[in-house]
Design a protein around this ligand. Structure first.
Ligand code: ZN
Length: 130
């Protein structure tokens, strides 16, 4: 069974901390041990795990991605969101998190982030427990 988490983003570029809603999905599913596989079925968004305690880390990652991949360049893709497609590929569209004793096994400073690169939009994240 595949579950879905819904995320509503507010900006063109945004990291959304989804750790709590993923943990809630683990609890709802009654999974105590295993793997939580999270998959983003979008071509202009991604998912990553990184520092959740200091928001300046998220800003630095987003700013670094924007320096690497500027919004305006001589791209072939004429939809105006070529940068978002490239950022999506750089960040990746899936992560795995170990579950033990019903909890996501994350480091003290780690959080799971949905990465929006072409918002604001309504997005979905597929969740599969293995
Ligand atoms: Zn496009």
């Amino acid at each position: 069974m595949v579950r879905h988490l819904n995320v509503k983003t507010k900006s063109r570029n945004e990291f959304v901390d989804i750790t709590d809603i993923v943990q809630e999905a683990v609890k709802d599913a009654g999974v105590t041990k295993g793997i939580c596989f999270l998959y983003v079925p979008h071509t202009t968004a991604g998912i990553t795990i990184n520092e959740g305690a200091d928001p300046s880390v998220q800003r630095d990652i987003m700013n670094a991605l924007s320096r690497l991949v500027p919004h305006e360049m001589n791209y072939s893709h004429r939809e105006g969101n070529a940068d978002a497609h490239i950022k999506s590929t750089l960040v990746g569209n899936s992560v795995n998190v170990v579950i033990d004793e019903g909890k996501l096994v994350l480091g003290t400073w780690q959080a799971i982030f949905f990465c929006e690169f072409d918002g604001p939009r309504h997005r979905r994240i597929a969740v599969k427990f293995l």
